[in-house]
Design a protein around this ligand. Structure first.
Ligand code: KG4
Ligand code: ZN
Length: 351
């Protein structure tokens, strides 16, 4: 029997089981992670090795350093996830990995590791889209959450507005035409000499500043629900350079607060407009930037005003992790979506 024939046979048996436990691996950017997730909803173990300190020196992720660190850490993370769950590899029902989008060299490590484990342990292999993983972090946080809902996915590499019509069924309503929201936060932070990744520290600094101190543009986009952060970022960087050249005193906290307000206004305006126009009466946030404190407050206030519920991942699940991949994998498995051993990394994979 070939590997795929064996996987399909196992799938039939798995679909009859009450409890399915998936070992998931995530390595799309600068976090090496492994987790065990039960029925897409319960985290049994969740291990993350963050490479941030290795990249901070260079002001951003260095792909070669990321790949090397993934190679060094991936087996350790898998073993940790298994041992924290009190499980052996033979106890897991299937193995999942992120296969895109992300850095090709980084993705390849997780994909290769998952394929080797799936082959050795004769387990089905489930390919997962990283963006879908971010959305599914909400299923681990809110047991009652079910599609349909609108989802704003904002991270270092992506800014998308989706209509999630069912498990695994996504319709793009809007997306960024240039930079992602997290990328814009990181670049604005860099000009204020905040170390990489600047988003979380800029957020903290902004709490003490006046968001009205610096007037910033709200760029226009062609698509009604599309985003654009590049013009805003450039306007911000130019304003800071200008003040420095002219020796005009300014407060970093005021600048951070003004920039954060501009980004959050833009994200919230379009997401709420889409919810109203398209009658999407449940809103969900996802991705690294969904940890932003103003975005969380502002979206909560606006959803309360509109009378629709808002769901956000708990803070520990906003950034990259493997538990969210294990959740997404469960719903892919339920749909019978398995990969064979020719699975490859897809750096520009879309949802
Ligand atoms: O989802 P994520 O961990 O990785 C990607 O898939 O890209 O997102 C990382 C991004 C970084 O740009 C980081 O600066 C940003 O999320 N981020 C934040 C905050 N926490 C993380 N941006 C603004 N405010 C935050 N609190
Ligand atoms: Zn991510």
């Amino acid at each position: 029997m070939t590997y795929m024939e064996e996987s399909k046979k196992q799938l039939e048996a798995l679909l009859q089981k009450d409890t399915i436990r998936i070992l998931a691996i995530e390595s799309s950017c600068d976090e090496t992670a492994a987790a065990i997730v039960e029925n897409g909803r319960v985290i049994v173990s969740n291990c993350v090795f963050s490479q941030i300190d290795m990249h901070a020196l260079y002001g951003g992720v260095v792909p070669e350093i990321a790949s090397r660190a993934h190679v060094e850490k991936v087996n350790r993370m898998v073993n940790e996830a298994l041992s924290k769950a009190n499980m052996a590899l033979s106890d897991v029902d299937a193995i999942a990995c992120t296969y895109g989008p992300g850095l090709v060299g980084a993705l390849l490590i997780g994909v290769s590791c998952a394929k080797a484990l799936a082959f050795a342990a004769k387990k089905p292999l489930i390919p997962v889209n990283h963006i879908e993983g971010h959305i599914c972090a909400n299923f681990l946080t809110h047991q009652e959450l079910q599609p349909p809902f609108a989802c704003l996915v904002v991270s270092g590499g992506h800014s998308h507005l989706f209509s999630v019509e069912d498990y695994g069924k996504y319709r793009i309503i809007g997306c960024t035409q240039d930079d992602a929201a997290g990328e814009a936060f990181d670049k604005a932070a860099r000009v204020l000499n905040i170390p990489y990744p600047g988003g979380p520290l800029l957020d903290k600094l902004a709490e003490e500043g006046n968001p009205e101190a610096l007037k910033l543009p709200r760029p226009h986009t062609e698509g009604k629900y599309d985003y654009s952060f590049s013009g805003l970022k450039t306007a911000f960087i130019n304003a800071v350079h200008n003040m420095r050249q002219k020796n005009i005193a300014f407060s970093d906290a005021d600048l951070a607060a003004s920039f954060r307000k501009a980004v959050v206004d833009m994200l919230a305006d379009k997401a709420m407009q889409a919810a109203k126009d398209l009658k999407l009466n449940c809103m969900v946030l996802a991705g690294g930037v969904s940890a932003n404190s103003l975005l969380r407050r502002e979206m909560q206030a606006r959803c309360d005003r509109l009378g629709i519920p808002l769901y956000m991942p708990k803070l520990s699940l906003c950034g990259d992790n493997a538990a969210m991949i294990g959740s997404a994998a469960y719903y892919r498995l339920k749909n019978g979506e398995l990969a064979d051993l020719s699975l490859n990394a897809k750096p520009a994979l879309r949802l």
